[in-house]
Write a new protein. Structure first.
Length: 140
């Protein structure tokens, strides 16, 4: 992992952050480029550029903390109606900072944020083929 990411600097206390939650494993703070008001980031304190490098227990904890934060967002002055979680793993997925991080994005009607992709409608045989391939990869 690049020890000089902005998230590593925040974790080490060398860069400012508006912290919301912290424990021995994770840190949550306000995103400085929020998609909506109250947008949070949850980062592991351990070094992990990608999900492949992340300890699964810590990965689970990211989502546990995200779940608590979602409830807090709803109960806070943010007062959102919903919450999206987003985690980009790799350049093609949109990852910009190479330290795993979970976005917790509060949602309100008309906030302008949303998925813009259109779903496809593959044949069942194609779905079955890919499912077999994925199952095989799980067993390696």
């Amino acid at each position: 992992m690049d020890p000089y990411t902005i998230f590593a600097e925040i974790i080490a206390g060398r860069a400012p952050a508006s912290k919301v939650y912290e424990d021995d494993d994770v840190l949550a703070f306000m995103d400085i480029r929020p998609l909506t008001p109250g947008h949070l980031l949850v980062v592991p304190k351990m070094a992990a550029r990608s999900l492949a490098e992340l300890d699964p227990a810590i990965g689970g904890k990211l989502f546990q903390v995200g779940q608590r934060l979602a409830a807090a967002l709803r109960a806070s002055e943010v007062g959102c109606d919903g919450v999206n979680f987003f985690l980009a793993d790799g350049v093609t997925a949109g990852q910009e900072v190479f330290h795993v991080h979970l976005h917790v994005i509060p949602r309100t009607a008309g906030d302008g944020f949303g998925l813009r992709a259109r779903p496809t409608h593959p044949r069942r045989a194609d779905l079955d083929y890919l499912a077999t391939s994925i199952r095989g990869a799980l067993n390696r």
